[in-house]
Design a protein around this ligand. Structure first.
Ligand SMILES: [Zn+2]
Length: 237
């Protein structure tokens, strides 16, 4: 088992040397994803603002048409007042004049409010468009920068892990499997023991285990932190 343990120790050392690179390679797509989703959020807010502005403009068209109609109604009512031949007709025509006047006033007020809304929406829309364009620019730059960074990291990683397959081939499959599983959960899955303590969790190892470790007959794990432990004398021989 000795040779296998030596190969495993080398494998772990190699993997540990690439750990920061692996972490960065994992982080880059996550950061890009966050950026992408914030750009998407700005885009949907922008669409919402545009929709609100379109609604306000449609309302303006409608109210303007109604105002025109009421204006014409007022003209007609005034004509009726002038042409009325008795009190009853004159009163009815006057009521029509008043009704149209009130409606015109209401429409004009409504149009004033709509104009304010349109003005405000136009301003905030311009702001949103600016934010969106900016965010898109940042995303694009980030995508280009990280693409270069990923290529760089992958090249470094390949250099560091050169010969890994040969090492893996020297370690029994079940041990590799156990190592890979441990490595997924904790850093430094394999550690070298110098004395009676686990170098990682600093807990004391049972004396019998320390002796067995030096014999290197089988694979051992720290009873406290589950890391694979190999005695220093085994890798140094
Ligand atoms: Zn431990």
């Amino acid at each position: 088992m000795r040779e296998e343990l030596v190969a495993l120790a080398k494998l772990a050392e190699m993997d540990d040397s690439a750990r920061d690179i692996d972490a960065e390679l994992k982080q880059i797509p996550q950061q890009l994803e966050e950026l992408r989703s914030s750009v998407q959020m700005l885009e949907s807010m922008l669409a919402q603002e545009r929709e609100q502005l379109a609604q306000a403009e449609a309302l303006k068209v409608q109210q303007t048409a109604e105002l025109k109609e009421r204006g014409e109604g007022l003209q007609r009512a005034r004509k009726k007042v002038a042409q009325s031949s008795n009190i009853r007709e004159a009163n009815a025509a006057e009521r029509e004049v008043d009704a149209n006047r009130r409606a015109i006033k209401e429409r004009e007020e409504e149009l004033g409010r709509i104009a304010e809304t349109i003005e405000a929406k136009t301003a905030s829309l311009a702001e949103r468009e600016k934010d969106f364009e900016e965010a898109k620019g940042v995303l694009q730059t980030q995508e280009e920068t990280t693409k270069r960074r990923v290529a760089e990291l992958e090249e470094q990683r390949a250099g560091l892990l050169n010969g890994r397959e040969q090492l893996v081939a020297k370690v029994p499959k079940n041990v590799v499997k156990r190592y890979e599983r441990l490595r997924g959960g904790i850093p430094n899955a394999v550690i070298i023991i110098k004395d009676g303590n686990c170098t990682a969790c600093r807990m004391a190892l049972p004396p019998q285990l320390s002796i067995e470790l030096q014999r290197a007959d089988e694979l051992h794990q720290c009873p406290h932190c589950r890391r694979i432990i190999i005695h220093k004398s085994v890798v140094e021989d």
